[in-house]
Design a protein around this ligand. Sequence first.
Ligand SMILES: *C/C=C(C)/C=C/C=C(C)/C=C/C1=C(C)CCCC1(C)C
Length: 252
Amino acid sequence: MDLLNVLVIPKDDPIAFTFFTGYMAMLAASIFFFFERGRVDDKWKLSLLVSALITFIAAVHYYYMRDYYLATGENPTALRYIDWTLTVPLMCVEFYLLTKAAGAKIALLWKLIAASVLMLVAGYIGEAFNPEGGDTAHSVLWGVISTIGYIYILYTAWFGEVAKLAAASNNEIVKKGVRTLAWFVLAGWAIYPIGYMCMPGGWLNTAFGWGSENVDLFYNIADAINKIGFGLVVYGIAITATEQNKAKSKTA
Ligand SMILES: *C/C=C(C)/C=C/C=C(C)/C=C/C1=C(C)CCCC1(C)C
């Protein structure tokens, strides 16, 4: 009888390992954020629910991507982008919720989501329609278009509306928290284009011979940092603000 190969993690395959660890970490983080929701003030509960949803959606996708990767040895590109199309807009929702008290309008959320869609649709075309063997011109063209969306989000978080609203919020916890999230967008999200450039025809693939298996390696590492890290920052903001509020009402 043929044993299902999905049950075996090859010892010499670190990428398979990161798919399994990624799955477990996302699931554990979701349970954590979901239960900790009960410990924060009402106004933070929605933010924590969104954190839990981001890691939960990722956990479900990792469950399938893991098996897809083990069964085929290929990058689970479609599942990857479906995951991101759901989770990146939810990260935009986190920015919106944090700055809402300082006057953020719903239009801000739509602009961030539109930029995410541009970034992800272009990235998907770049990867999924990369011809067999790779085409550098194709991967560069769509990578550049995608980067326009990325830079828009980066700019908004560091200097644009999100940064301005956070500065005007008169809330040190929100100010510091939004700045930390902006660092995630700058340093953590920048890992994704590195993975992208490892696909056949990509710059790192042609220049250094970094094989396409590294696409998943970088994406898996980046997802763990960004989805769980982002959630933990939001959690930190919520718990600190809740405790400060409690201390205040005691002394009053
Ligand atoms: C949870 C998933 C996240 C935060 C995914 C973020 C993805 C990116 C920032 C992807 C960016 C890309 C570029 C900037 C250019 C090349 C194509 C992409 C899609 C990998």
